[in-house]
Structures are given as structure tokens and as C-alpha cells.
Design a binder for this molecule. Structure first.
Ligand SMILES: Cc1cc2nc3c(=O)[nH]c(=O)nc-3n(C[C@H](O)[C@H](O)[C@H](O)COP(=O)(O)OP(=O)(O)OC[C@H]3O[C@@H](n4cnc5c(N)ncnc54)[C@H](O)[C@@H]3O)c2cc1C
Length: 328
């Protein structure tokens, strides 16, 4: 046990909280820096890969997660042009709003002894001389050229047990149930198109997607985030244990970012509490994530080249799904 270790963590999203819980379980003391007050909504598809159950269980979070009554999703429907591609998930997935999920993770971390400081932390900041855990989410460097932005809103209405993804004009939009009879509509679109729409994503929708949205009742207005830059930092540790989106940001259509955040967060918490060398930890991350990153980046290039329809015809859905999960 690492009773004398002081672990500082920047960011209390899924990665930071998983790190805090894992380090506390190792007997370390934990200081958690978070710049925002929770609960808060966050742009996210809120799809939780089925494998999340094992990670939550290992962190002792399963009872509080189940008590939040996440929706269960068992099917995927891809709408690409006039085509529909349907497949069942290997096991049912979960769907819980970030409002509820992030709040429950943080509450558990604090209840188990994490010292929460609401503050903007600088990398390297913290009470200890040990390398911190950096879990501050994705970086959004300003970059010129074609940029992608994410958007999300919640609605009331029916969504069933499928995640539906609509692909059109370089955009994609996912629609699925979360807890409490609420439907999440979340997507990614080129900045240029969003700007032309006055940042009203619904004006880009058409056909079946428009008809579906028209039947739903808005709960809150669109939240927008960006630019989204897909990248990985497997080769650099920057003097810290990087976890979650700070290790790398994968294209959200994979629906695997939160799973990876919890997995790398848990691993970072244990590594920091046990003083595992940073290089060794970075190698562990690379082994866990590099395959899914390469596949996601290939798929993104195919989508960008307008080859999504051919891809949907050729590649079996369950195969595509499996390859975009982290390696356990
Ligand atoms: C459009 C979109 C849709 C997505 N859909 C899905 C999906 O359906 N399923 C899925 O699994 N993933 C999805 N993702 C990805 C998912 O949101 C991320 O992978 C996940 O949030 C990563 O968790 P994290 O803890 O690393 O980072 P975050 O959740 O971003 O948490 C980082 C925390 O750090 C805090 N912070 C940042 N800087 C500082 C600082 N200097 N000091 C103190 N605090 C700081 C922030 O306030 C934040 O609370 C989506 C992402 C986008 C953009």
C-alpha cells in the first residue's frame, strides 16, 4: 500500500475521478483539481461501451452507477445516404447523461477521501514533488483550415433501445436514449457548415433525422464545443501520467472515449500510487489504445473521402465495433 504517497490530479472528469478512486484504493492521499462546478452538461454522445461495467465494478462504482438507472442500448442503426445498416451490439451498452455520470464519479471520489479543489491547475501544479496525473481532457489548439465542432442537446421523447447514427455532408449525428425518458442528440460537423447555419445544427438536418427531431420536445438548447482535433500522445509523457483525452482524443463516432478515460484513469491512479516510471506507464497506454486509434483514424479518412457508403456495405458492423474498443 502507498499510504505515504500524495497524488495530485488535474481534471475531475471520468479519467481524473477513476484515477482518484484507484489511487485512494492503493492507500495514497489524493488532491483533485477541477476548474468547473459539477453537475454540468457536457457535449457528448453519452454512449457507454458495455465493457464499462467491469471497470466500474473494479472501482467499486457499480452500485451507484446502477442506481442512476442508465438507459440500455442493444442495437445500432447507421443511416448513410439511402442505406440503413443494422446490427446488434455483442452485449447491451449503457447510456447515462454526463450531468449524472460525472457528478456521481466525483461524489464517490470525494466521499472516499479525495481533497477537491475548485481551481484551474497548471500542469505540474500540486502539493507533491511527484509527477501529477494530467486528466484535463482534450487539448483544443487553435488550428486554421477545416475544423470540426461537436454539438449536443437533450430532448424528451421516445428513442427505443437503438443508437441511431446519421451520416451526411461531412457530419454525423447520433440519437439515443439516456436516463429518465430523455433523448440525447449529439453530433460532429465542419465548422464552416455550422457557421452557415448560425450554429443551429437542426437546420442542417433533413429527411428522417429532421422528422425524428420534430417529434421531440427540447429540454435545453444546443451546446457547442470545438475545435475537435483527433490525436494521440502515446509517445510523450510530458513529465506526467496522462489519462483520458489527455492521452489522445479519438473520433467520437467510436463511442469509446469514456471507456478509455476510465481505463487509463484507473491505470494512472495505480501507477502514480506505486511510483511506476512514466515511460512504463506510457507504454501500457500505448498497448491498450494504439490499435483503436489507428482504426478510428483510417475510418475518419474514409468518411472524409466520402467513402462511408462503400465502407458500410463492405464491413460487418460488429467487426467495426469490436476494432474500435481499447485492448484489455
Ligand atoms: C461530440 C462528442 C461526442 C462524444 N461522444 C462520446 C460517446 O458517446 N461515448 C464516449 O465514450 N465518448 C464520447 N466522447 C468522448 C468523451 O467525451 C471523452 O472521451 C471523455 O470526456 C474523456 O474524459 P476525460 O476525463 O479525459 O476528459 P473530460 O471529460 O474532458 O474531463 C476533463 C476535466 O478536466 C477539467 N479541467 C480541464 N483543464 C483543467 C485545469 N487546468 N485545471 C482543473 N481542471 C481542468 C475540465 O473542467 C473537465 O471537467 C465524445 C466527445 C465529443 C466531443
Amino acid at each position: 500500500m502507498a499510504a505515504d504517497r500524495a497524488v495530485s490530479i488535474i481534471g475531475a472528469g471520468p479519467a481524473g475521478c477513476a484515477a482518484a478512486l484507484a489511487a485512494l484504493a492503493e492507500g495514497a492521499s489524493v488532491t483533485l483539481y477541477e476548474k468547473s462546478r459539477f453537475p454540468r452538461h457536457k457535449v457528448c454522445g453519452e454512449f457507454l461501451s458495455p465493457e464499462i461495467a467491469g471497470v466500474l465494478d473494479a472501482l467499486g462504482l457499480w452500485p451507484s452507477f446502477s442506481a442512476a438507472r442508465p438507459a440500455r442500448l442493444s442495437r445500432v442503426v447507421l443511416h448513410i445516404g439511402k442505406r440503413r445498416k443494422r446490427f446488434s451490439l455483442p452485449q447491451p451498452a449503457y447510456s447515462l447523461s454526463r450531468y449524472a455520470l460525472d457528478d456521481l464519479l466525483l461524489r464517490e471520489a470525494v466521499a472516499r477521501g479525495a481533497d477537491l479543489k475548485i481551481a484551474v491547475a497548471k500542469s505540474g501544479a500540486g502539493p507533491s514533488a511527484e509527477p501529477p496525473i494530467v486528466a484535463h481532457g482534450r487539448q483544443t489548439p487553435t488550428r486554421r483550415g477545416k475544423r470540426l465542432f461537436g454539438f449536443k442537446a437533450h430532448f424528451r421523447g421516445e428513442a427505443g433501445d437503438a443508437v441511431e447514427m446519421f451520416f451526411f455532408r461531412g457530419c454525423y449525428v447520433g440519437l439515443s436514449a439516456v436516463e429518465g425518458g430523455v433523448v440525447n442528440v449529439c453530433g460532429v460537423a465542419p465548422e464552416e457548415l455550422l457557421r452557415q447555419s448560425g450554429f443551429r445544427p437542426e437546420s442542417l438536418f433533413h429527411g428522417e433525422l429532421s422528422a425524428r427531431i420534430a417529434r421531440l420536445e427540447p429540454v435545453f438548447d444546443w451546446l457547442i464545443t470545438g475545435p475537435l482535433v483527433f490525436r494521440d500522445s502515446f509517445r510523450e509523457h510530458r513529465g506526467a501520467y496522462l489519462a483520458g483525452d489527455a492521452v489522445g482524443f479519438i473520433d467520437p463516432f467510436t463511442g469509446s472515449g469514456i471507456l478509455a478515460a476510465l481505463m487509463t484513469g484507473k491505470m494512472a491512479g495505480q501507477a502514480a500510487a506505486r511510483s511506476i516510471p512514466l515511460e512504463q506507464y506510457a507504454t501500457m497506454c500505448r498497448r491498450m489504445l494504439s490499435r483503436q486509434y489507428s482504426i478510428a483514424s483510417t475510418l475518419r479518412s474514409l468518411l472524409g473521402a466520402g467513402l462511408a457508403e462503400s465502407l458500410a456495405t463492405l464491413v460487418p458492423g460488429p467487426w467495426l465495433y469490436r476494432l474500435t474498443r481499447p485492448s484489455f
